[in-house]
Ligand binder design. Structure first.
Ligand SMILES: [Zn+2]
Length: 425
């Protein structure tokens, strides 16, 4: 083989020996300077009987889009595929190569590059522009590996975390993560009880018995699903969600009390402007150095502000103390203390009372939340990532595309070679 052919093959990183390069030149196509390589694809033998006695009958010329370092100079391989007729079995055949699939004019190398770009947080338009293909091609490459992420029902990890996120059409989708490895177990289109029961019902009893804990927020029917599907699993309410519920109810009580005072009064200002201090842990408040604040026109330390603020109302004071003890108990994994707090009879305002009733109703799961190390933290982080990729794409209208993209952007595929994902169709 000529050194000219070998040189081009080395440059383009093509190893197939049936491809022979003949010529190269520049050509203007649609106001763009295209780099064109001419090559012939040889059919060495009959694919049906292996005979070498072939009758040549012209070529089929296909323009194959190839990788390019400079997106403003697209590279095209003009491949002339030999058409032959076998003298032995008299059947027609045409040469095929690994360069591009049959009936396809995008090279497999480009598809792989597109796929590895899809594992990054980038828009499809930018990927399409870099590879000189249309956005539809990028979507097709995305679609070609979607089947890998559709349902599999063999195995469930020991620690699960349930949550939901907003996706296509502002619908809420269900997401379930492995609590240890932080990998996605499943993303479902809806989060309705019926669908979730159906989904988890498909797993084998052994797989379902493998689940030890399930971490969730206080969504009322997730617990029913866990109880129905994996009776051995312990339900764990996420610590963060518990504290969030408490601080929200405390905040609404604070606003309610605040509004009973005149806007220019000291009490009103003490409850209004330093609202963040009330949500901090009491131990973290500044207790020594006072600071002047022009809202309430006095020089006070942070602890003094909070103490004077809550003294305006007994219910507010009680609920502040309860919230602080609750946070402390969760931090020190003190379940006894937590139990007595939940059953406390102090007057604490209706919303806080309702929150405590909810905890009381789910007492075992709440105590698990304090006692066990599992939490939904990994899921909240993952949801942030999903939100980011949705924003990059200006939203998705196709759920399967969203799902595939989320899974591709997971670290396990980023680090691995994406080659394993591409199915040459
Ligand atoms: Zn033949």
């Amino acid at each position: 083989m000529s050194s000219f052919n070998n040189c081009i093959k080395f440059d383009l990183d093509i190893k197939e020996k049936n491809i022979v390069f003949k010529d190269y030149f520049y050509k203007m196509v649609q106001m763009k300077k295209h780099k064109i390589y001419e090559a012939e694809l040889i059919q060495p033998a009959c694919p049906y009987c292996g005979s070498l006695a072939l009758l040549h009958n012209g070529h089929l010329i296909t323009n194959i889009r190839y990788l390019t370092a400079n997106a403003s100079h697209p590279v095209t391989i003009r491949l002339a595929k030999q058409r032959v007729r076998c003298r032995d079995c008299s059947r027609w055949s045409m040469a095929q190569s690994e360069l591009a699939s049959k009936y396809c004019s995008i090279s497999n190398a480009s598809k792989l590059k597109i796929l590895s770009a899809l594992t990054e947080d980038r828009s499809m338009t930018s990927i399409a522009r870099e590879n000189n293909v249309s956005v539809n091609t990028v979507q097709r490459v995305l679609g070609s590996c979607s089947h890998r992420f559709l349902d599999s029902y063999e195995y469930l990890p020991a620690h699960l975390a349930f949550a939901e996120f907003k996706g296509v059409d502002r619908q809420l989708h269900f997401i379930c993560l492995d609590g240890d490895s932080h990998q996605v177990v499943q993303i479902l289109r809806t989060r309705y009880k019926k669908n979730l029961l159906k989904y988890f019902g498909r797993f084998s009893p052994q797989a379902r018995a493998n689940v030890r804990t399930v971490t969730l927020d206080l969504n009322f029917y997730y617990q029913d699903i866990v109880r129905a599907c994996s009776p051995n699993a312990q339900i764990v309410i996420d610590r963060f969600h518990m504290i969030q519920m408490l601080t929200r109810s405390f905040n609404s009580l604070r606003v309610k009390v605040m509004k009973t005072f005149d806007k220019r009064s000291r009490q009103y200002q003490l409850l209004k402007s330093p609202w963040k201090l009330y949500l901090k842990k009491y131990d973290e408040l500044e207790k020594i150095h006072p600071r002047y604040n022009w809202h309430y026109k006095d020089c006070l330390t942070q602890a003094q502000v909070v103490m004077e603020g809550i003294s305006a109302n007994t219910a507010l004071e009680n609920s502040y103390n309860l919230m602080q003890s609750f946070m402390q108990a969760i931090e020190t994994n003190n379940t006894q203390e937590l139990k007595s707090l939940i059953t406390s009879k102090d007057s604490i305002g209706t919303l806080m009372h309702k929150t405590l009733l909810t905890f009381k109703y789910n007492l075992k799961a709440v105590l698990n939340g304090a006692a066990l190390p599992d939490s939904n933290g990994c899921l909240e982080g993952f949801n942030r990532k999903i939100k980011q990729s949705e924003r990059t794409a200006f939203g998705y209208s196709n759920f399967i595309n969203l799902l595939t993209r989320i899974r591709l952007e997971e670290n396990q595929y980023k680090e691995k070679e994406p080659n394993s994902l591409l199915m040459t169709a």
